[in-house]
Each structure stands twice: as C-alpha cells, then as structure tokens.
Design a protein around this ligand. Structure first.
Ligand SMILES: Nc1nc2c(ncn2[C@@H]2O[C@H](COP(=O)(O)OP(=O)(O)OP(=O)(O)O)[C@@H](O)[C@H]2O)c(=O)[nH]1
Length: 520
C-alpha cells in the first residue's frame, strides 16, 4: 500500500526519476552507439595512415633497389668484375655519386664473395666512411645475404645492422645490360635508415615516427606488419623492426597525429543533458504553476468553507479545463444549496398560514435590532395583539373561516409597520406581536389606535362576539428604552411579559382596546 503522498512530492519524484532516466538514456546512447561509431571511424583513419607508411617504406626500399639494379645490369660493371678497371671506379663511384644517389656505401663482390670494391660516404662529415664489419679479410661478411635463396637470381632487399646503425641493403646480380649473360658478382648498395629517414617518412605519412634503439625490454614488442591490421590500433604503437636475418634492429614508435580517446562526457553531452534537465525543470514549474496552484487554491477555498461552515462559490481561476469544469459544477451545486438554504430559512421563519414572520423570526429580528437600538439609546415598543373571542369565532363559523380571518388580520397588522426595522409576526394561535423601534409614548398611542381602527375597518363579521359584530383586537404594549450599559443582554421575555400584562389589562377592561405599560 502506498503511503499518503502529496501531488507536489509526487511531481518532485517524477521529475527526479525522469531526469535520472534521461541521463541514463543519454549516457547509454553515447556509450553503446556514438563511441563505437567514433572508434570505428578513427580505426579506419589509423589503418589508412599505416597503409600510407607501408607504401612509403616500400617506396624507400624500392628506390634503393632500382638504383642498385641499374648499376648491376650494366656492361661496364660486368666488365669490371673481370678486368677491375680503375677508370670504371673513378668515373662511377666518385664522392659526388654518393651525394647524388643519397647512398652511404657500395660494395662490389665477385661470385666467391671477395670484395673487389668498397666505399662508404659520410654525408654529414662529407668524407669517406669505413665499413670494416662487413669486410672479413676481403670477403663480404654477410655472404649469406648475397647467396640469398641459395644463389638464385633473387636480389635481396632489406635492413641490416652495421657499425653505423641500421641500413637498407640491396644486393643485385651483376650482369650485362641486356641481362643475358650469367651473373659474375654482386653489386651492394647501403643506405642509412635512421631518424632522418623516419622524419622524411613522417612528412609523407602525417605520422610521427621515432626510432628507438632496441633493448631487451622490447623483446616482446610486436613485429612490424603494417598490412595485416586486425587488432585495435592505438594512437601510439611500438613496432619491432628486424633485419634481413630476422634479428631485432630497432623499435619504431608510430604516433598517429589525431590523438583520440573517446570520452563519455563530452561538452556536447553535458550541454545536451543540461538542456534536457532545464526542459524538464521548466515543465515541472509549468505544471506546478498551472496544476498544483489550481489544486492548492481550490483546496484552500474548500478548507475555508469547511472551517467557517459556510459554502460559497469557488473564486480562484484556472486555465486547466477539467478544473474549470469542476469549479463550474461545484458553483452550480453551491447555488442550488444556497437557494435551498434560503428556502429553508424562509420556511422556518415564515408563518405558513399568514405568510408573515413567525415567532422565531421575531426573536431573531429583535436580537439583531437590540444592538442598534442600544447603540442609539432609542426607545422601542413591543405590542401583543390578541383576537377577541376567537374560539367562539371558530366554533360558530368553522376552522377554515377562522384561518381566513387570521390571514386578513395578519395582512392588516403588517400594513401598520412601515419602517424597515419594525416587524409584525404571528406569535402563536390568534396572537400577534409587533416591534416598533424609535417610538415615543404619543406615537405608540397613535399606532395602537390605528391598529384597532384598521381591524374594525376590516369588518370581519363575528356572530358570537360580546364586543362587536365584527372581529376586534385587544392590544397590550410596553414602551422601553435599552439600558446604557452595552454589555447588558436584551431581555425579551421581560418585555413580552410586561406587554402581556398590559394585554390582560386591556381584556379585563372590555377588549377591543389597547393598554400601555411603561417599564420602570
Ligand atoms: N382557525 C384557526 N384558529 C386558531 C388558530 N390558532 C389558534 N386558533 C384558535 O384560537 C382560539 C383561541 O382561543 P382562546 O385562547 O380561548 O382565546 P379567545 O377565544 O380569543 O378568548 P379571548 O382571548 O379571551 O378573547 C382557539 O379556539 C384556537 O383553536 C389557527 O391557526 N386557525
């Protein structure tokens, strides 16, 4: 069972849960949809960059290979192996040749691996460079490279380790220009592969490439394999580069320019969440303003009605149609109840036979008038009226005729009080009571005479009266002035009792007359 809960609390919870839900959905969408898409795009870009590196590297190797092959497939070179003509060397391997070709060393080797010519060039110092490690007493030390694939025609190209660092190595079979004759030696070109080479490759590929010397800690680094990328490529990767004999040479650090680490909370996501939270907050405030305020106002009006025990139409306005409908229907109900209340009040304070106020209405009126009379210290009179020998009238003419007579007398008495604060009421049976406010003794006498005359003037035949042949009235009045002490309560019983005594006196003096008793 739910505890009691206010709409406001319910709305606050709804707002909180909606906000939470919206944040969860946004972050989930980012995590499961956006980030994987971005990651796929960046992987594609990385792969493209690595492919570019592969082609640039191939191009670098290929350039050396092409130059090397060009020199190896040449009649002059072929002839040099047999005649070792010095002129061939002077004209083809001067210092300038190394500078022009961008190579660092040349070896010419015969079929027995004897070095017929070797020359290295230090480009930075601009002087010859020794390659003693490759020369083992006149024989090419890495002979296995020259007999690559068991002396086939293959021209090995790759990287080797030298005392001057890693170098690209290309060894081509020497033969005639038309490549018809059998090879009689090998032409070897070497070209440094150092940070400068990496920098040139960097420019071509947009990658940042750094050569790191090999050390045992890189033993388990992946071997460079730029074409087969099925693993996730990191924004910075280390590749182990091996020489042509599959010995570790150096580590190539490849950094992709676009560093990308997808974040869950980007500025856009934060802005989007803030916008959504603001929209929800706005909706909450709007509903609160329209809906909750309307409920609160109606609730407060109904509570006031319950506390004051009086119903009234709902006055607060609302823009919500259902509440408007509720207010309209409620107000209809209030009007009906009020009308019924008025009817009831009228019924309870009106004498059903004569349609003039009854005794209760007289007592309520007197209580209200008392304050007014007391405030102004105004004298007032209470007059008791009694139809003479009415029992006999009923007995001789019947009850219905008696009712008719009562109605006529009531009407005539009602005419006697013309002031708004005066009241004529049926006190019970054939007795009536009148309150005259602001009246003096002479005025009262005049009023009483007028009443007697007006009843006589009705000339309602009374066959059994001892006073006259028509209906007559006996009147007993008292003239009073309210006490000055405003705290003193009205004493209607006392006033009535004095008036009643006066009435008794009037009757005893022969009826159809009035007597006034002054309250001392
Ligand atoms: N027709 C009719 N008669 C009523 C009504 N109320 C009271 N009466 C009658 O009024 C009569 C009053 O009688 P009494 O109290 O003896 O007074 P009375 O006959 O007028 O005698 P006095 O007052 O001494 O002159 C009774 O017979 C009541 O039945 C009424 O509403 N209709």
């Amino acid at each position: 069972m739910l505890k009691k809960i206010s709409i406001n609390t319910l709305m606050k919870w709804s707002w909180f849960l909606l906000t939470l839900l919206m944040i969860i959905i946004t972050i989930n969408y980012r995590y499961h949809v956006e980030i994987p898409t971005e990651e796929r795009a960046i992987q594609k870009l990385y792969k493209r960059e690595l492919n570019a590196l592969y082609y640039s590297l191939r191009q670098t190797f290929n350039n050396l290979y092409m130059m090397n092959k060009d020199y190896a497939l040449w009649d002059d070179t072929y002839a040099f192996i047999t005649d070792q003509n010095n002129e061939y060397l002077i004209s083809n391997f001067a210092d300038q040749t190394f500078i022009n070709l961008g190579i660092d060393a040349v070896f010419i080797v015969d079929l027995n691996d004897n070095i017929l010519f070797k020359k290295g060039w230090d480009h930075s110092r601009e002087k010859p460079l020794e390659f003693s490690k490759l020369d083992e007493n006149g024989k090419f030390s890495s002979a296995n490279l020259l007999n690559y694939k068991n002396g086939s025609d293959a021209n090995p190209v790759g990287l080797i380790s030298t005392e001057h660092g890693a170098m690209i190595f290309s060894a081509s079979n020497i033969t005639d220009t038309d490549a018809i004759k059998k090879s009689n030696g090998k032409m070897v070109f070497l070209q440094r592969f150092d940070q400068n080479t990496a920098d040139i490759l960097s420019k071509e590929t947009q990658l940042s490439l750094t050569i790191i010397p090999f050390s045992p800690k890189y033993k388990h680094t992946q071997k460079i394999n730029l074409m087969l990328q099925d693993k996730d490529i990191q924004s910075s990767d280390n590749w182990l580069v091996e020489d042509i004999n599959q010995q570790p040479l150096f580590v190539l650090n490849v950094k992709h320019q676009q560093k990308y680490a997808p974040k869950i909370l980007t500025t856009e996501i934060i802005i989007s969440i803030l916008v959504q939270v603001s929209i929800l907050a706005f909706m909450y405030l709007l509903i609160r303003q329209l809906f909750l305020k309307a409920i609160k106002n109606i609730n407060s009006e109904i509570t006031t009605m319950a506390n004051t025990k009086s119903i009234a139409p709902i006055e607060s306005h609302t823009k919500i149609t259902e509440f408007q409908f509720f207010s309209t229907e409620f107000n209809h109900l209030v009007n009906t109840v009020k009308h019924q209340q008025q009817q009831l009040e009228k019924l309870s304070t009106t004498d059903s036979l004569t349609q003039i106020p009854n005794r209760m209405a007289f007592e309520q009126h007197f209580a209200k008038e008392w304050a007014h009379l007391q405030r102004n210290n105004t004298p007032f009179a209470i007059v008791m009226c009694d139809i003479d020998y009415f029992k006999k009238y009923n007995d001789s003419l019947g009850h219905l005729q008696g009712d008719e007579a009562l109605k006529q007398v009531a009407k005539a008495l009602a005419m006697s009080s013309r002031r708004i604060n005066d009241i004529v009421a049926r006190y019970g049976g054939e007795e009536f009571v009148i309150l005259f406010g602001g009246i003096d003794f002479a005025g009262l006498q005049m009023k009483l005479n007028e009443i007697i005359e007006s009843i006589n003037a009705l000339n309602i035949a009374h066959p059994d009266s001892d006073v006259a042949q028509h209906i007559t009235l006996s009147l007993g009045a008292t003239l009073m002035t309210p006490p000055r002490n405003i705290d003193e309560q009205p004493n209607l019983i006392r006033a009535m009792s004095i008036a009643d005594n006066a009435l008794y006196l009037a009757k005893s003096k022969g009826r159809n007359r009035a007597e006034i008793a002054i309250d001392k």
